[in-house]
Design a protein around this ligand. Sequence first.
Ligand SMILES: Cc1cc2nc3c(=O)[nH]c(=O)nc-3n(C[C@H](O)[C@H](O)[C@H](O)COP(=O)(O)OP(=O)(O)OC[C@H]3O[C@@H](n4cnc5c(N)ncnc54)[C@H](O)[C@@H]3O)c2cc1C
Length: 418
Amino acid sequence: MITYLKEAKRKNVILSKRKIVIIGGGFGGVKAALELAKDSNFDITLISANSDFRIYSTLYRVATGGSMKLASVPLEEIFTNRNVKLVIDTAKELNRENTTIKTGNGQIFTYHALVCALGVTTNYFGIKGLEEFSYGIKSPEEANALKDHLHKQLITDGKTDISYVVVGGGPTGVELAGALPDYVKKICKHHGLPKRKIHVDLVESSSRILPRMPKDISFRVKHHLKKSGVHVMTNKTVQAQTADALMVNNKPIRSHTVVWTAGVTNNPFFTDHNFQLAANRKVRVDQFLQAEPGIYVIGDNADTPYSGMAQVAIEDGKFVAENLKRITKGEAPLPYIAKKPIYVMPAGPRWAAVLWGKVRIHGILGWWLRRAADFMAYRDYEPWHMAIRRWMAEDEEEESCSICNDKLSRVLYESGSV
Ligand SMILES: Cc1cc2nc3c(=O)[nH]c(=O)nc-3n(C[C@H](O)[C@H](O)[C@H](O)COP(=O)(O)OP(=O)(O)OC[C@H]3O[C@@H](n4cnc5c(N)ncnc54)[C@H](O)[C@@H]3O)c2cc1C
């Protein structure tokens, strides 16, 4: 303990300069910046590759008719009148000796404590054709590209795809597969296309969807997806993709719409800078979420028990900010205690499964809990009035079909040019 306090005291001397550099403007990084900004003793720089804060849990809605507004909040808006210097740039080089971060544009920032919250990137596991031909919903741009594709395909072909394939039976794949049949029907109706059966395949390599959830939840969700017209395929491995088919267990599934949600990997920044990685490629951290003295790694990047969820990244951001404040005041930092998240998984319109400790909730009540969670996510980053407006906009968007606003497509379709 004495050694530990001596060490804390030593760090305190360094941290008294209070220059905190945060890299990554997502759930963890933005939360850490907001919490630190409440204390005027810190000089905070947030370096983010994107100019907006992205709410990934709403991306499946963007892909199925919702507005981009739902998933993207300008960082400028979040940090108006806050004690945070916002830098829209990519963190490229970490110089441990000089304690600096150099960005893609060549700017150099000195830190006394560095917080890394860079999120994960898509992993195609080297499967041939996937990167070229599949769609994704890992960013608002990807979600919008998928939505555009769904519209254009219906307009140009005048019929639905043979099959809409979602690969990955985790929460993201389940959300999207559940929402697709209803949305495709909606846009068909809008264009007066004949009613057809919409075929959605959900492909999962494990023996059940939601393999990290208890079995009864997997079973319930699978049952609900089936009722909504989703064909759940388990124990199926994707081998390759071409322009018009996906090879699964040596058989082709004919489709021009394959969405890959089955793999992410840690940000390459950590291998590039020789961080110590666990077997899952996340960064090993100590009880204070430090990868090494003065360098904190949080959210999806850290090898913590429930890493990979927004709630965890938010808690990590708060935790690190609190400890930095404590250290600056000369107090001992507190050890990290991982909190079990609440799992809320929508699987179609107005239906969600919830796992809250030992409690399970399914159906419309689950869906309302999801809506409440969405609101909390907005409220965590925006003032009440803005969070309420964004949250209310979700319902308005859901009722409308976004192709109604796509003037070019409408003109082409109505003139018979396509
Ligand atoms: C489609 C989808 C749906 C999801 N749904 C849910 C859900 O319902 N519930 C839930 O709890 N979790 C959900 N998650 C997971 C959740 O979004 C993540 O766990 C959370 O975003 C992690 O926060 P983070 O701060 O670690 O990383 P992120 O939020 O990913 O933020 C990282 C940020 O760093 C930026 N960045 C990357 N590299 C650099 C660099 N070199 N320099 C500067 N900036 C950089 C990125 O652009 C990004 O803005 C979902 C994820 C996805 C993809």
